[in-house]
Design a protein around this ligand. Structure first.
Ligand SMILES: Nc1ncnc2c1ncn2[C@@H]1O[C@H](COP(=O)(O)OP(=O)(O)OP(=O)(O)O)[C@@H](O)[C@H]1O
Length: 224
Protein backbone atom coordinates (compact mmCIF):
# COMPACT_ATOMS: atom_id res chain seq x y z
CA UNK A 1 0.00 0.00 0.00
CA UNK A 2 1.23 3.50 -0.81
CA UNK A 3 2.09 5.67 2.17
CA UNK A 4 -0.21 8.63 2.76
CA UNK A 5 2.69 10.64 4.17
CA UNK A 6 6.29 10.10 3.09
CA UNK A 7 9.60 11.78 3.89
CA UNK A 8 12.77 11.00 1.98
CA UNK A 9 16.21 12.22 2.97
CA UNK A 10 14.85 15.14 4.98
CA UNK A 11 17.33 17.58 6.51
CA UNK A 12 16.31 20.59 8.56
CA UNK A 13 18.97 23.17 9.37
CA UNK A 14 18.58 26.07 11.81
CA UNK A 15 21.50 28.18 10.59
CA UNK A 16 24.38 25.73 10.70
CA UNK A 17 22.70 23.35 13.19
CA UNK A 18 21.37 20.22 11.52
CA UNK A 19 18.30 19.42 13.68
CA UNK A 20 17.01 16.69 11.34
CA UNK A 21 19.56 14.61 9.43
CA UNK A 22 18.49 12.56 6.41
CA UNK A 23 15.15 11.34 7.79
CA UNK A 24 13.17 8.70 5.91
CA UNK A 25 9.62 8.13 7.13
CA UNK A 26 6.46 6.54 5.73
CA UNK A 27 3.00 6.52 7.28
CA UNK A 28 0.10 4.41 6.02
CA UNK A 29 -3.54 5.51 6.25
CA UNK A 30 -4.79 4.81 9.76
CA UNK A 31 -1.35 3.99 11.19
CA UNK A 32 -0.23 5.32 14.59
CA UNK A 33 3.51 6.11 14.69
CA UNK A 34 5.44 7.26 17.76
CA UNK A 35 8.69 9.24 17.62
CA UNK A 36 10.73 9.06 20.82
CA UNK A 37 14.06 10.57 21.77
CA UNK A 38 15.74 12.77 24.33
CA UNK A 39 15.21 16.50 24.68
CA UNK A 40 16.76 18.41 21.79
CA UNK A 41 17.12 15.33 19.57
CA UNK A 42 14.99 16.93 16.84
CA UNK A 43 11.55 15.32 17.32
CA UNK A 44 9.49 18.52 17.09
CA UNK A 45 11.60 19.72 14.17
CA UNK A 46 10.84 16.50 12.30
CA UNK A 47 7.13 16.87 13.10
CA UNK A 48 7.12 20.42 11.69
CA UNK A 49 8.70 19.14 8.45
CA UNK A 50 6.24 16.24 8.17
CA UNK A 51 3.31 18.61 8.72
CA UNK A 52 4.50 21.17 6.17
CA UNK A 53 4.95 23.80 8.88
CA UNK A 54 8.70 24.19 8.18
CA UNK A 55 10.17 23.46 4.75
CA UNK A 56 12.85 20.75 4.67
CA UNK A 57 16.26 22.22 3.86
CA UNK A 58 17.00 19.14 1.72
CA UNK A 59 14.94 16.10 0.79
CA UNK A 60 11.21 15.81 0.18
CA UNK A 61 7.98 15.36 2.11
CA UNK A 62 4.85 14.31 0.24
CA UNK A 63 1.22 13.80 1.19
CA UNK A 64 -0.90 11.47 -0.92
CA UNK A 65 1.81 11.49 -3.60
CA UNK A 66 2.14 15.29 -3.85
CA UNK A 67 5.43 16.85 -2.72
CA UNK A 68 4.98 19.89 -0.44
CA UNK A 69 7.64 21.68 -2.52
CA UNK A 70 5.29 21.69 -5.55
CA UNK A 71 2.53 23.51 -3.63
CA UNK A 72 2.09 27.26 -3.22
CA UNK A 73 1.93 28.65 0.33
CA UNK A 74 -1.86 28.94 0.00
CA UNK A 75 -2.20 25.36 -1.22
CA UNK A 76 -0.03 24.11 1.62
CA UNK A 77 -2.09 26.10 4.18
CA UNK A 78 -5.29 24.62 2.78
CA UNK A 79 -3.81 21.11 2.92
CA UNK A 80 -2.77 21.62 6.57
CA UNK A 81 -6.15 23.06 7.54
CA UNK A 82 -8.30 20.47 5.76
CA UNK A 83 -6.33 17.23 5.83
CA UNK A 84 -4.22 17.58 8.99
CA UNK A 85 -5.03 18.04 12.67
CA UNK A 86 -2.70 19.17 15.46
CA UNK A 87 -2.52 18.52 19.22
CA UNK A 88 0.10 20.21 21.39
CA UNK A 89 1.24 19.70 24.97
CA UNK A 90 -0.83 22.55 26.44
CA UNK A 91 -3.88 22.26 24.20
CA UNK A 92 -3.41 25.74 22.70
CA UNK A 93 -7.14 26.46 22.90
CA UNK A 94 -8.77 29.87 22.51
CA UNK A 95 -9.64 30.72 26.14
CA UNK A 96 -12.51 33.11 25.37
CA UNK A 97 -14.38 30.54 23.28
CA UNK A 98 -16.49 27.76 24.69
CA UNK A 99 -15.58 24.08 24.57
CA UNK A 100 -18.01 23.58 21.69
CA UNK A 101 -16.74 26.62 19.76
CA UNK A 102 -13.10 25.55 20.13
CA UNK A 103 -13.80 22.02 18.92
CA UNK A 104 -15.89 23.25 15.98
CA UNK A 105 -13.19 25.66 14.73
CA UNK A 106 -11.79 23.51 11.87
CA UNK A 107 -15.31 23.05 10.49
CA UNK A 108 -16.11 26.76 10.81
CA UNK A 109 -12.80 27.63 9.09
CA UNK A 110 -13.81 25.27 6.28
CA UNK A 111 -16.98 27.34 5.83
CA UNK A 112 -19.53 25.17 7.63
CA UNK A 113 -22.46 26.91 9.26
CA UNK A 114 -22.60 27.12 13.03
CA UNK A 115 -25.44 24.68 13.73
CA UNK A 116 -24.08 21.68 11.78
CA UNK A 117 -20.49 22.41 12.88
CA UNK A 118 -21.55 22.50 16.52
CA UNK A 119 -23.61 19.34 16.10
CA UNK A 120 -20.55 17.43 14.85
CA UNK A 121 -18.30 18.97 17.51
CA UNK A 122 -20.85 18.05 20.20
CA UNK A 123 -20.91 14.45 18.99
CA UNK A 124 -17.09 14.13 19.07
CA UNK A 125 -16.91 15.86 22.45
CA UNK A 126 -19.57 13.45 23.72
CA UNK A 127 -17.35 10.53 22.75
CA UNK A 128 -14.66 12.15 24.91
CA UNK A 129 -17.01 12.48 27.91
CA UNK A 130 -17.38 16.27 27.59
CA UNK A 131 -21.15 16.57 27.04
CA UNK A 132 -21.75 18.40 30.34
CA UNK A 133 -19.16 21.07 29.54
CA UNK A 134 -20.02 22.17 26.00
CA UNK A 135 -20.86 25.76 26.97
CA UNK A 136 -17.96 26.31 29.38
CA UNK A 137 -15.12 28.66 28.43
CA UNK A 138 -11.92 26.70 27.99
CA UNK A 139 -10.10 29.00 30.43
CA UNK A 140 -12.18 27.25 33.12
CA UNK A 141 -11.18 23.66 32.37
CA UNK A 142 -8.76 21.23 34.03
CA UNK A 143 -5.70 20.07 32.10
CA UNK A 144 -7.28 16.75 31.15
CA UNK A 145 -10.50 18.44 30.03
CA UNK A 146 -8.51 20.94 27.93
CA UNK A 147 -6.63 18.14 26.20
CA UNK A 148 -9.92 16.40 25.38
CA UNK A 149 -11.09 19.61 23.67
CA UNK A 150 -7.76 19.79 21.81
CA UNK A 151 -8.23 16.18 20.69
CA UNK A 152 -11.79 16.90 19.53
CA UNK A 153 -10.61 19.96 17.60
CA UNK A 154 -7.84 17.92 15.93
CA UNK A 155 -10.25 15.17 14.80
CA UNK A 156 -13.56 16.94 14.17
CA UNK A 157 -12.96 17.52 10.44
CA UNK A 158 -11.89 13.87 9.96
CA UNK A 159 -8.35 14.71 8.86
CA UNK A 160 -6.10 12.15 7.19
CA UNK A 161 -3.25 12.73 9.65
CA UNK A 162 -3.05 14.16 13.19
CA UNK A 163 0.32 15.44 14.41
CA UNK A 164 0.60 15.32 18.20
CA UNK A 165 3.56 16.86 20.04
CA UNK A 166 3.68 15.51 23.63
CA UNK A 167 -0.15 15.52 23.68
CA UNK A 168 -0.37 14.24 27.24
CA UNK A 169 2.97 15.57 28.51
CA UNK A 170 1.36 18.09 30.87
CA UNK A 171 -1.02 15.61 32.51
CA UNK A 172 -0.57 13.28 35.48
CA UNK A 173 -0.12 9.67 34.45
CA UNK A 174 -3.69 8.43 35.11
CA UNK A 175 -5.18 11.35 33.18
CA UNK A 176 -2.55 11.04 30.46
CA UNK A 177 -3.32 7.42 29.73
CA UNK A 178 -7.10 8.03 29.76
CA UNK A 179 -6.83 10.95 27.31
CA UNK A 180 -4.36 9.08 25.09
CA UNK A 181 -6.57 6.00 24.90
CA UNK A 182 -9.65 8.09 24.03
CA UNK A 183 -7.65 10.04 21.43
CA UNK A 184 -6.32 6.92 19.69
CA UNK A 185 -9.66 5.11 19.83
CA UNK A 186 -11.38 8.02 18.09
CA UNK A 187 -8.57 8.34 15.53
CA UNK A 188 -8.60 4.61 14.76
CA UNK A 189 -12.43 4.57 14.51
CA UNK A 190 -12.35 7.23 11.81
CA UNK A 191 -9.24 5.94 10.02
CA UNK A 192 -7.08 8.95 10.88
CA UNK A 193 -3.32 8.28 10.97
CA UNK A 194 -1.40 9.76 13.92
CA UNK A 195 2.21 10.82 14.44
CA UNK A 196 2.94 11.23 18.17
CA UNK A 197 6.11 12.80 19.49
CA UNK A 198 6.73 11.66 23.04
CA UNK A 199 9.34 11.10 25.73
CA UNK A 200 7.12 8.50 27.31
CA UNK A 201 7.61 4.78 26.64
CA UNK A 202 4.05 4.01 27.80
CA UNK A 203 2.67 6.42 25.19
CA UNK A 204 4.85 4.87 22.48
CA UNK A 205 3.61 1.41 23.49
CA UNK A 206 0.18 2.35 22.04
CA UNK A 207 1.62 2.96 18.56
CA UNK A 208 1.75 0.55 15.61
CA UNK A 209 5.24 1.75 14.64
CA UNK A 210 8.00 3.24 16.80
CA UNK A 211 10.92 5.44 15.85
CA UNK A 212 13.81 6.83 17.84
CA UNK A 213 15.45 10.19 17.18
CA UNK A 214 19.11 10.56 18.23
CA UNK A 215 20.95 13.80 17.41
CA UNK A 216 18.67 14.40 14.43
CA UNK A 217 18.92 10.86 13.07
CA UNK A 218 15.63 8.94 12.83
CA UNK A 219 15.68 5.15 13.20
CA UNK A 220 12.74 2.79 13.07
CA UNK A 221 12.65 0.45 16.03
CA UNK A 222 12.09 -3.17 15.19
CA UNK A 223 9.36 -4.81 17.29
CA UNK A 224 10.74 -7.36 19.73
N1 LIG B 1 13.92 27.86 15.91
C1 LIG B 1 15.09 27.31 16.22
N2 LIG B 1 16.26 27.94 15.94
C2 LIG B 1 17.45 27.39 16.25
N3 LIG B 1 17.59 26.18 16.83
C3 LIG B 1 16.47 25.51 17.12
C4 LIG B 1 15.17 26.03 16.84
N4 LIG B 1 14.25 25.12 17.26
C5 LIG B 1 14.95 24.09 17.77
N5 LIG B 1 16.28 24.31 17.69
C6 LIG B 1 17.34 23.38 18.10
O1 LIG B 1 17.22 22.21 17.29
C7 LIG B 1 17.42 21.03 18.08
C8 LIG B 1 16.20 20.15 18.00
O2 LIG B 1 15.12 20.81 18.65
P1 LIG B 1 13.67 20.13 18.76
O3 LIG B 1 12.77 21.10 19.44
O4 LIG B 1 13.27 19.62 17.44
O5 LIG B 1 13.99 18.89 19.73
P2 LIG B 1 13.01 17.93 20.53
O6 LIG B 1 13.57 16.57 20.40
O7 LIG B 1 11.60 18.14 20.05
O8 LIG B 1 13.19 18.46 22.01
P3 LIG B 1 12.16 18.46 23.27
O9 LIG B 1 11.89 17.01 23.57
O10 LIG B 1 12.94 19.13 24.34
O11 LIG B 1 10.93 19.21 22.84
C9 LIG B 1 17.76 21.52 19.48
O12 LIG B 1 19.17 21.55 19.59
C10 LIG B 1 17.19 22.92 19.53
O13 LIG B 1 17.92 23.73 20.43
Amino acid sequence: MDAILRAEGVDLFYGTHRAVAGADFALQAGEVAAVMGSSGSGKSSLLYCLAGVLPATHGAVSFDGTAFSTLTDDELSTLRRERFGFVFQYGELLPELTVEENAALPLRLAGQRKAPAHAVAGEVLGRLGMTELLQRRTSQLSGGQSQRVAVARALVHRPSVVFADEPTGALDSANASAVLEEFLRLARDQGTAVVIVTHDETVAAHADTRYTMTDGVLTQRVAT
